[in-house]
Design a protein around this ligand. Structure first.
Ligand SMILES: Nc1nc2c(ncn2[C@@H]2O[C@H](COP(=O)(O)OP(=O)(O)OP(=O)(O)O)[C@@H](O)[C@H]2O)c(=O)[nH]1
Ligand SMILES: [Mg+2]
Length: 294
């Protein structure tokens, strides 16, 4: 997947909104218009105001100065350390967390397929035991990805599923074990307890294996997704974000406020469609270029 081309297409409309601010040739007029347009692009009022203040502080003398400063400032808001983390010895375990329908199951399969294609042994674990259909859905995706999947019956405790999965020879022998969890609200306190138990299971069976707690965010939810992410992070100490449905989002501008609202939680992956190969490492340069041009 050419992520540059993807963002150019996916962000074309948002880019038009932002570039409309440059109809004036007077820097201060551009800045006033630009602030409104960043908000329209779902960057959030406080981020928009902060970005404009920062540009103004640089005393731009021309529209080109404004454009260059905008690009540099937006780029600086994305962390560099977005690389996936692995445990010192295999297996590495990643938890995929998030609200209902954000794309956890699909993304779990996409990640497994991706690592498999790189020659790693990837496996999936069905820790969403709320509905039998959820287990089945992951099994179908595992079949498509050609990776083993560990599942127990509906209603089994997620921490028990993880314990048994990591005791299973085939799963234990994998390099990367991706755990699909049930969709949930960040407001539920039982979530924190459940995740603590799941982490404990990991530690018991495979010490230090849990390397990522990744929040899967629906990219079409814009600023709402960000509010969710903040609540999840406060409760669960996330290690990274996966933003899905960027192919269908008119609100991807919210990503520029992530750095401000969630410092230390890098965007690691971008979901770009519904197929198994529609996942890319997040590329901040390509994103900013798509948003405001080359
Ligand atoms: N367009 C698009 N659709 C996506 C993407 N990722 C997931 N979807 C779709 O989003 C819907 C929900 O995906 P799931 O993977 O089932 O989401 P989930 O978080 O596991 O949902 P629950 O288990 O019900 O909480 C499905 O129709 C997916 O095809 C993406 O990157 N782009
Ligand atoms: Mg699911």
């Amino acid at each position: 997947m050419d992520i540059k081309g993807f963002f150019r297409r996916a962000l074309a409309k948002t880019k038009d909104v932002i570039s409309g601010a440059f109809r004036s040739k007077v820097p201060e007029e551009i800045l006033v218009e630009l602030e409104d347009r960043l908000i329209l692009a779902d960057a959030g009022p406080s981020t928009a105001a902060a970005v404009i203040e920062e540009i103004r502080g640089r005393k731009p003398a021309s529209p080109e100065d404004v454009q260059a400063a905008l690009k540099e400032i937006l780029r600086s808001r994305f962390l560099m350390n977005g690389l996936p983390q692995f445990s010192p010895v295999p297996p590495t375990v990643w938890f995929l967390l998030g609200t209902n329908g954000s794309g956890k199951t699909t993304t779990a399969a996409k990640l497994a397929a991706r690592y498999k294609s790189e020659g790693k042994r990837a496996a999936l674990v069905a820790a969403d035991t709320f509905r039998a259909a959820a287990i089945e859905q992951l099994q179908i995706w595992a079949g498509r990805a050609g990776v083993p999947v560990f599942a127990m019956q509906e209603g089994a405790h997620p921490s028990a599923v993880i314990f048994d999965a990591l005791s299973d020879k085939e799963i234990r022998g994998a390099d990367l074990v991706i755990v699909d969890t049930a969709g949930r609200l960040h407001t539920k306190t039982s979530l924190i307890e459940e995740l603590a138990k799941m982490s404990k299971s990991c530690d018991k069976c495979a010490p230090s294996s849990l390397a990522e707690r990744l929040l899967v965010l629906d990219g079409t939810a814009g600023q709402n997704a960000l509010a969710q992410a903040k609540a999840f992070h406060d409760a669960l100490h996330l290690t990274g974000l996966i933003v899905t449905k960027l192919d269908a989002s008119a609100k991807a501008g919210f990503l520029v406020s992530i750095g401000e609202q969630l410092p230390n939680v890098p965007v690691k992956w971008a979901g770009t469609g519904e197929t198994l190969d529609a996942l890319s490492p997040f590329d901040a340069d390509a994103f900013v270029e798509g948003l405001i041009g080359g």
